[in-house]
Ligand binder design. Structure first.
Ligand SMILES: [Zn+2]
Ligand SMILES: [Zn+2]
Length: 456
């Protein structure tokens, strides 16, 4: 039995792990490398294994850094099936179509600059990948993969449909339980259940995104969010909220609804969800009550929409989005991308950043070098579409919302896996992995390098 690591090894993105047992090859995730300039090269590089040799791909969740290279895997010969929860399958369709579209645009841009390379994959490749989704996994129901291997999915509480995956494998009478954490959510979430501990394992492959720190409490962060909305309200101008389309956008609608119901914010706000992807994701949430907290699931099933607000508008068309530029005061505009690296939010910033009565509320992580980070760090002006725009709007930063478990929660999750012989730390920066490793007592801890292989 062997395991090898072909992404998120010594870094956060590109999750892709391979287990070989009884002549079967099982891949866990096939994600995109993100965030660096040489992005295209990283993703276009060989996988480190033969895609045609993979029998089954198990997908933990729909984030691009876990599913983004699946169409490329197909292009290079993968002929097996993809297994995930049904919510993950639906969200992945959305994510892969969007990703294919971005790759096509990026390839057009490269061609204009005389670089001939085509897209990593296109819309048709993404459609083919979507066709490969076979059986749906249900939480806690073991699936027989053949060859003496079963896989069981457990709710990871990270985004809708997310899972940790336990592999039970027997080779030459030798039984091993190998647990893949996927991305683990925090204990307290508005819409999702807390992570479901999968039980004892011999080998654990674990994410370590926030292995070195805890988050602020969610209640305090929601209060801070209401405070920012009310402060922005007294200033009178528009409120821009850059956001991620999956999970965070739905959480914001839910928080706003709760705030309005408890009269912590006024209910007469005009709110615009200005992101086609977030609009579609919101519809998919309503299709998967089984993947949410019982309380929310009950609301959905009884027809009480947890994301509805008295004056909420979904603006899908570009023309509708552009019309929002004419609104001068009192609108809440929720748009992507979360780090303002692209998407419609850049247009809203262009029209509102220079207005001293407007406000921008950042509710998510902003990586070094992104426009969101530059504004959060206090830039006096920023460049948008070739123009220098002065920053006169008030900037709020809410740091406590996270889809990832903090350090204490990660340690607690690991404590419930028994006494694994080996723990492999993946999906984290070096500093964060080393800090987490210091908290995991007694076991063998490995921090694999890209393409490193281990005997189990
Ligand atoms: Zn994730
Ligand atoms: Zn991830």
């Amino acid at each position: 039995m062997q395991i090898s690591f072909h992404g998120a090894a010594g870094g956060v993105t590109g999750s892709c792990h391979l287990v070989s047992v009884n002549d079967r090859n099982i891949l866990i995730d096939c994600g995109m490398f993100q965030g660096r300039h040489e992005l295209h090269e990283d993703n276009a590089a060989p996988f480190g294994f033969d895609p045609a040799s993979i029998d089954t791909l198990l997908l933990t969740h729909a984030h691009l850094d876990h599913c983004g290279r699946i169409p490329l895997l197909l292009k290079r010969g993968f002929a097996g099936k993809v297994i995930s929860t049904s919510a993950t399958r639906d969200l992945t369709r959305l994510v892969l179509m969007d990703s294919a579209h971005l790759h096509e645009e990026e390839a057009r841009r490269r061609r204009r600059h005389g670089e001939g390379e085509g897209p990593l994959y296109d819309t048709v490749d993404a459609m083919d990948a979507i066709d490969r989704f076979g059986r749906d996994a249900k939480y806690r129901k073991p699936l027989d993969l053949g060859g003496g291997v079963t896989a069981t999915f457990f709710d990871a509480g990270h985004i809708l449909g997310s899972a940790s995956i336990m592999l039970d494998a027997t080779e030459h009478g030798h039984r091993r339980r190998i647990l893949f954490s996927g991305d683990i959510g925090p204990l307290e979430r508005p819409l999702l259940n807390a992570p479901d501990p999968p039980g004892d394992a011999d080998v654990v492959v674990m994410e370590s995104t926030y292995g070195d720190r805890d988050h602020r409490s969610p209640e305090a962060s929601v209060e801070e969010f209401y405070g920012a909305i009310n402060d922005a309200d007294t200033r009178g101008g528009n409120i821009i909220i850059p956001t991620f389309a999956l999970e965070r956008a739905q959480e914001l609608l839910f928080f706003l609804r709760q705030g309005m119901q408890t009269k912590k914010v006024r209910s007469s706000f005009r709110v615009f969800l200005d992101s086609p992807m977030a609009i579609s994701a919101t519809r998919l949430f309503e299709r998967h009550p089984e993947a949410m907290k019982a309380k929310i699931s009950l609301m959905v099933r009884s027809g009480d929409d947890p994301f509805d607000l008295p004056d909420l508008h979904f603006t899908r068309d570009t023309s509708e989005s552009m019309a929002l530029n004419r609104i001068r005061t009192g609108a809440v505009l929720i748009a992507g991308s979360g780090m303002c690296t692209g998407g419609r939010v850049r247009h809203h910033l262009r029209h509102n950043l220079a207005q001293s009565d407007c406000s921008v509320i950042f509710v998510g992580f902003a990586a070094e070098g992104t426009l969101a980070r530059i504004i959060v760090d206090g830039a006096k002006s920023v460049k948008l579409f070739g123009d220098e725009i002065p920053v006169r709007a008030r900037i709020h930063t809410i740091n406590g919302f996270s889809a990832h478990a903090g350090r204490t929660e990660l340690l607690d999750w690991h404590n419930r896996t028994g006494r694994p012989e080996t723990t492999f730390l993946v999906h984290g920066e070096k500093k964060s992995m080393e800090s987490l490793a210091r908290g995991l007592k007694g076991e063998r801890i490995e921090m694999p390098r890209l393409h490193q292989k281990f005997e189990l």
